[in-house]
Write a protein of this length. Sequence first.
Lengths: 431, 168
Amino acid sequence: MPPMGMTLTEKILARHVGLDRVVPNQIVDAKVDLVLANELSAAVAIAVMRGIKGATRVFDPNKIALVEDHFVPAKDPQSAKLAKLMKDFAKEQGIVHFFDVGRGGIEHVVLPEAGLVAPGELIVGGDSHTCTYGALGAFATGMGSTDIAAAFVLGEVWLRVPPTIKLVYDGQLGDMVYAKDLMLATVGRLGIDGATYCALEFHGSTVDALSITGRTTMANMAIEAGAKNGIFHADAKAIAYVTERTDRPFIVERADEDANYQRVIAIDVSALEPQIACPHTPDNVHPVSEVTNDVLELDQVFIGSCTNGYIEDLRVVARILDGKQIARSLRVIVNPGSQQVWMQAADEGILKTLAAAGCAVNTPGCGACFGGHMGTLGDGERCLSTTNRNYVGRMGSPKAEVYLASPATCAASALTGRITDPRAVELAGAV
Amino acid sequence: MKLRGHAHKFGKNVDTDVIIPGKYCNIVDQAELGKHALEGIDPEYTTRMKPGDIIVADRNFGCGSSREVAPIAIKGSGTSAVIAKSFARIFYRNALNIGLPIFESDEAVDRIDAGDEIEVEAASGTIRNVTKGETYAAAQFPPFMQSLVDAGGLVPYVERRLAERAKT
């Protein structure tokens, strides 16, 4: 019997290892196309690199991206020190893709925008949401700083080839139901360790119809099920997105028809409601109709992050808030994902619409999402957020509660001050 | 290497946000990080524990972010090892890379009670419950990962690879 075919992830890994074939659980040394770090993961990685005997230069200053995004604009002198450490390292090593405040934004929003991600590429990053780039058909996974230091100097990483779980989505998404709802439902179904060590391969007519942003939201949250990576096949839409941003050649891989999947899960989305992940794990997911009630008063709504900080997300929010006022009982913080998103939102009048509705619009960054700064929750506060995690203390106080939802659900809830089904909102100008 | 201390028990899905809350992620000093280990889930942990003590947790320990300061904080607190039913992927790599001893054993987690005195023989993964007079076996690391552990983490491995390249 001939050997079985390979999944999309196996195909990409095999090419980067220089083998015809790899199999799940095989340990390989793979060449990387790009290594990413932010000022927090870089600070530790740089210190580790300084301690590696024989390591003075990075393997290729064109294949490293450094993005200032977690505690910037610097929250305090210690944060400023880390930001400067990375900036100085970039200068010392001649790193081409260094993004300072005002020229970048959130790393996972910035890299695809800057044409640094292409189908078939292998990317590792010192941030768990590096898996985001699977939206464009790349193998991308998050690692800690020591692994990143090793990748900085070797241009290679050791990997255990993950078994692949195939997710097949069919049916048309209902009104006000988005990729975020699809992915929350998926994480709810798999559980937060349901895909540990595995690759998630997304298929089906529903995801074929999604925009690149929608696919980005889904790939971003693969880690929330414990997965090593989440990946889509690059179709014409993905290839167009990439070729508009880079002329670097790339190879579009496809899973074989007879690929070996650990599991195949079919998901019919036609009856899917907007979804909410309740405290305190991202797999504690319920349809909005089960969560909506008058008791859950919100103190904060947050819109942004590498999950939902894209222009499409802000358009949805602006459409719902247009000409209205947010409830007086809460604050709404909006964080466009990148400088480009911010400028596009300004051009389209979105920033003004949001500000006029009572939202505070911040500069791009990760701060609020991980409890760093610029939107930290206090004891007893409750937040509905478009971000990806709601663990105890994730956005600040361990005595705060975080609920996760789509931008539409967050916008609808901002109007009422409590968790609200976006399908119940009357839009300005609607008949 | 023998690791010895009393057990502190935790449930499943102890995530990196509770191991070292985001607000401390701009700290790089191991001892300073150690003062805040597990603060998000058990603010008294670092005052209650004694050097050498061992964390015993259910499945999926270390899920969430890739912050390497999570295992560094645990190491910095003086905790000598973590025994869990399973570990999240990135935490597992990070722990091996920085030399925080970790062991997977369902039996040990089910049998060990908080306060039990535990001794672990790191090389063999043998876990001895001194209080109860029982012995449990931890899962073996795959050979490649065992070789990283034996070498003392990822850095010596990288140095060897660089030296090999310099020769060719």
